[in-house]
Ligand binder design. Structure first.
Ligand code: NAD
Ligand code: IPM
Ligand code: MN
Length: 349
């Protein structure tokens, strides 16, 4: 069988707890299958920073580039840590990985599984994917502060949007839409106010659309998109949007499909130049960390996205089906993180 070299970054808080279950399921589903995963664990995150002062050393980044894929848990400051500046580990480790490995497609599927409770009164059939741009936008740290701390302080945070960066993610979203039964793509932006970036996204979207005549297109300003995500989420098939809007609407999408504990994501380098990285949408959840209370489903579904990405569709579908039956029978029972992982691993063995 094919050997896959996998980097595992458990991270902080519930990261190690949910990652352990994803690895358990991955091992179970591939035990006599077409792939054997060789795991290398990397200690990175806020706790590692506290011990060593390191966020993501150059040698570690180079070593990570040598793997076929990366499975990531979550990072975030521990409660009571007053030393770490806000967001330092998120920017200098997680975003640095997404940028350095050119993860321009941040793929975030949203599906309401049968038997899962949505907070919406009339959820309907929810099954869409968000293609969030992953390497640009207001995330690039292009800003500054003048007269800091004075009453004349000026802070800027400039969103970066390149023709190349917008084109490649929009084209990817069109390709994904054209391969789905409904073939519908919605651009979400805010071009009524964000004039320059909005215009680039709109023009790019229209010109790429000409190459995909079978894909139905529409447009929503991001504020209106949040209305439809709660009143009529089944109107969506594929959404393409920028880095920040995509961050916000995918937490909302997770909430309406049964919670952040189920939401998976892939940071994908479509060109295959560098390894792609798969991670739950949620963070380190310090409020429940270390108590075996976290739902590992998002991490497990992220491993399934990875299996798809690596071409092991049959194994990925087995994991997705095991998750689907597991979540259908959850109402009323409380299990530990490991118990959920055990059940799903048993179902795919
Ligand atoms: P969060 O996603 O960590 O938690 C939000 C809420 O959801 C919390 O109540 C938490 O208990 C709950 N939750 C999250 N995952 C869950 C799971 N698997 N099962 C059950 N409940 C779950 O978001 P936050 O509180 O805004 O952020 C905490 C820290 O994580 C911050 O430092 C933040 O920057 C970081 N963060 C990291 C990532 C990442 O590493 N990819 C993503 C988001 C936030
Ligand atoms: C996510 C997270 C990250 C983001 C943070 C932790 C940098 O919220 O993966 O959704 O904003 O992309
Ligand atoms: Mn987020």
């Amino acid at each position: 069988s094919k050997v896959i070299s996998l980097a595992v970054i458990p991270g902080d808080g519930i990261g190690p707890e949910v990652t352990a279950e994803a690895v358990k399921v991955l091992k179970a589903v591939t035990q006599d299958g077409p792939a054997r995963f060789e795991l290398t664990e990397y200690q990175l995150g806020a706790e590692h920073w506290l011990r060593t002062g390191e966020t993501l050393p150059d040698e570690t980044l180079e070593a990570l580039k040598g793997h076929d894929a990366i499975l990531f848990g979550a990072v975030g400051a521990a409660p009571g840590d007053t030393q770490m500046p806000s967001g330092l580990i998120e920017r200098e480790m997680l975003l640095k990985l997404r940028f350095s490995l050119d993860h321009f497609v941040n793929l975030r599927p949203s599906k309401l599984y049968p038997g899962v409770a949505s907070p919406l009164a009339n959820p309907g059939d929810i099954d869409f994917i968000v293609v969030r741009e992953g390497t640009e936008g207001p995330y690039v740290g292009n800003g500054g502060s003048l007269r800091t701390g004075t009453e004349h302080e000026i802070a800027t945070e400039v969103s970066l949007n390149t023709a190349h960066g917008v084109e490649r993610v929009v084209r990817d979203a069109f390709r994904r839409a054209s391969e789905r039964p409904r073939k519908k793509l919605t651009l979400v932006h805010k071009h009524n106010v964000l004039v320059y970036a909005g215009s680039l996204w709109k023009r790019t979207f229209e010109s790429v659309a000409a190459d995909f005549p079978d894909v139905e297109t529409d447009y929503l300003h991001v504020d209106a998109a949040t209305i439809f995500l709660t009143t009529n989420p089944s109107r969506f098939d594929v959404i393409v949007t920028d880095n920040l809007f995509g961050d916000i609407i995918t937490d909302l999408a997770a909430a309406v499909t049964g919670g952040i504990g189920l939401a998976a994501s892939g940071n994908i380098n479509m060109e295959g130049t560098f390894p792609s990285m798969f991670e739950p949408v949620h963070g380190s959840a310090p409020d429940i960390a270390g108590q075996q209370k976290a739902d590992p489903t998002a991490a497990i579904l992220s491993a399934a996205l990875m299996l798809h990405h690596l071409g092991f569709d049959a194994e990925a579908e087995r994991v997705e089906q095991a998750v689907e039956s597991d979540v259908a029978s959850r109402a009323g029972n409380t299990r530990t993180t490991a118990e959920i992982g055990d059940a799903i691993a048993a179902a795919v063995s």
